[in-house]
Design a protein around this ligand. Structure first.
Ligand SMILES: [Zn+2]
Length: 149
């Protein structure tokens, strides 16, 4: 099986140890990255080519696309100033960029795609989101409703 096929088989993202379990050698992985058959998103983590840049950013942080960014991905929200990423509570080696990343920690078992949360889950996440810009937007909406009454 080609490295790119294994990554696709595993849902579009694979760790190096997963690839090795499928029999991919270090050379094959190296060549797959060099020939751009897969994207190296971070050390030891690979994604299918053609993966949305939003999802690649979330994978680089160390989680999957979430909240408003997931809604943006599904075409249900405007482009967001920050990227919202769901990260397991016990995750390590995160790359939380200085600014622009809103992390949603979760203790719940990961369900669905390893790349992006479902639209339903994304909507729920927006309710507890700590993104200040997002909160401002909420306040503006509340204010508008208040003025209209
Ligand atoms: Zn959020």
């Amino acid at each position: 099986m080609l490295v790119s096929e294994v990554v696709a088989e595993l849902g579009g993202v694979a760790r190096r140890m997963d690839l090795e379990r499928y029999g991919c050698s270090a050379d094959q992985i190296y060549l797959a990255v060099n020939y751009r058959n897969v994207i190296k998103v971070r050390r030891g983590v690979y994604a299918s080519t053609g993966t949305s840049p939003l999802i690649v950013r979330a994978l680089r942080v160390g989680g999957r696309l979430a909240c408003l960014s997931a809604l943006e991905y599904y075409g249900l929200a405007e482009p967001q100033p920050h990227i919202h990423v769901e990260v397991k509570a016990n995750a390590s080696r995160l790359r939380i960029e200085q600014r622009g990343v809103v992390v949603h920690w979760t203790r719940l078992p990961q369900k669905g795609s390893p790349l992006v949360v479902s639209p339903d889950r994304a909507r729920v996440q927006t309710l507890t989101c700590r993104d200040e810009l997002h909160l401002d937007e909420h306040r503006r909406v509340e204010k508008r409703q208040y003025v209209q009454q």
